[in-house]
Design a protein around this ligand. Structure first.
Ligand SMILES: [Fe+2]
Length: 246
């Protein structure tokens, strides 16, 4: 399995507190069957983790995992929060954030928690026109998507993908989030699955998420999701062999 959303890097945002916790998270993920984690620290106004720090922390963690005998690849990514379209275009032109893959064809693009970003459609058109598929993390956790799912389906119609969190499917976020996550699953609108793990309590749990997907939507649906994930990070590791390009 591949995890495309994980705050495994230590001391950079609200994720792992120290390197020991990062290694412990990696161990849990590996035991769960994960072989590749894209480290996605926040890229927003509260936690603005620059590429240089992300790069350094990924290398440090990869070395530590090798030393600990945990065969798991970690590569650079970001969870970019969309707040202001002009600022986002500028950050994109300046190459300030990491996509989810070396080819820069997928981007984890979060909505603000305060409310739906009004220029979202325009930004998605811009990204799609530039060969980038935006992946919206945990839409089921945003109140405005729960109240108005059309806001989300509108983004999907323009080419965005969703990333539902395993914790939401398991009912660990709240009942409303679980309800929207299951509704998305029933309507074939779960494009990818992520853990959004932050520490050893809010831990990597993709296996649990996939199990719920199989129970509610069948093995064929699980297979489709896994195939989509392989478009981001191929299972044979042909992408992100050199996981860091600062
Ligand atoms: Fe996150």
């Amino acid at each position: 399995m591949i995890d495309i959303h994980c705050h495994i890097l230590d001391g950079v945002d609200d994720g792992a507190s120290d390197l020991r916790e990062s290694i412990a998270m990696a161990k849990v993920a590996h035991e769960d069957g994960v072989r590749h984690i894209v480290a996605t620290p926040h890229f927003n106004t509260v936690y603005h983790v620059p590429k240089s720090i992300t790069y350094h922390k990924v290398r440090q963690l990869q070395d530590a995992l090798q030393e600990a005998g945990i065969p798991l690849t970690v590569s650079c990514g970001h969870e970019v929060t969309l707040k202001d379209a002009e600022q986002f275009y500028k950050q994109t032109e300046n190459n300030e954030y990491f996509h989810l893959n070396e080819e820069k064809t997928f981007l984890l693009l979060e909505q603000p928690w305060a409310g739906y970003m009004p220029d979202s459609l325009e930004v998605i058109d811009y990204l799609i026109a530039n060969g980038v598929t935006p992946i919206i993390p945990h839409p089921e956790r945003h109140v405005f998507f729960r109240e108005e799912p059309k806001l989300l389906t509108g983004l999907i119609e323009r080419g965005a993908w969703t990333q539902v969190s395993a914790d939401s499917l398991a009912g660990r976020n709240n009942e409303d989030a679980r309800r929207l996550a299951l509704w998305l699953l029933e309507n074939d609108l779960v494009h990818t699955l992520g853990s959004d793990a932050h520490n050893i309590r809010r831990k990597p749990n993709l296996g649990e998420g996939y199990q719920i997907i199989v129970e509610h939507a069948g093995e064929a649906r699980q297979h489709e999701i896994i195939q989509r994930m392989a478009l981001i990070i191929p299972e044979d590791g042909s992408s992100n062999k050199n996981p860091v390009t600062a």
